[in-house]
Design a protein. Sequence first.
Length: 391
Amino acid sequence: MSTENNNLDAINEKRMDIESSINSKQFTSNIVSFIISIITVIIVVLFYFSGSSLILFVCKLAQSNILPTQHNCYPYTEGKPDIQHIKTNIFPTFTDPEMSMKMEFPYDSYNSSNAILDMFREYKNHPDSNFLANYLISIIESLMSFNYSAINIMMNAVNNLPEYLIVWFGPIIIGFLFAFTLLLNFPYLICVWFLNMNWFFKTNANDENVGSPKWRDITIMSPFYWLIGISFIILFTNIFFFGYGFILSMPFLILSYCCLTSLMYKSVLNNKTISSFSLIKDVFKYYKLSIVGIITMSFVSLAFVKLGSIPGILSILATILVYFGIISMDIFKPVAESQLTPSVSYYQAAKKCTFIRPREVKHGFLYNLLFGQKGGSLSKELQNIGKQINK
């Protein structure tokens, strides 16, 4: 009998050792899972608020109105726009009257440049500029102008929201606006693809290889060149319909380029030159409570889910002790803004482009019916519509 009891005790002891080992491994696994989850939350939160910082930067850029939105202005042409210089509010207080730090975007040589548009402008002004290259350039420039205008209009509208909403929900809002703008690009691409085919009926009459190109219209009185123009229309119509998979990627690439270059501008914050990425540090500083609050709530929730009730309750207790200063940590202590002045207007800066249209030869109805107007004119009219909306 005693032998059987000893065997049962040994079995029970062995079972308890196995269960203890399993529980120990499970607890260790839970701890590892908890740590990985917390690290993931921290990375996601920091990445999210970094995106919010960049969105806030573009909002202030749109209010300053220095994006290349006008097709008749620099950097598309040599005509420099006259842009009202303004200061914008950033990191406003909840006081009465409202105070804020000030941000401004100087329209200097750096902020007025654009690598692709500068290259296109130089080529268009070159004496041996080619009609086919100008046709392709006109399409890309029209899409770029359209997308910069869309960014300018939409981000200026977002800028009128309370700043804390931009920081909290900016990436979500911009996700929808990006998709909406991309959808608008497709019908616009179809318009500029076909309507800029007027370039196929133009020739550069500058034979001296100096000065600017001299564009002349090709008429049916020059049947050889006129048939070449018809051939290019047929060719590029087929390219559009048979190569639409590649062509329809253009709006995404151009919109992405416009968004990326909008982040490359330089601004002045409280008399200090900064970039869009420099602003991330300031957003982390002045919105520290929001960031820490999200991470803390995630920490407590994950403690309950991954570790159980007792560790969850202990995490709440630790948070309370830190919040009320019993445990000396300043993570819940807000950072006060510096160099605050009374808030200024949120109205967008005025922009004016003085464009002298070259004198054109007037043609009869039949000519206009066959050949249309000067290449690219409709795309410019569509941009004018964008300007009116922007106002």
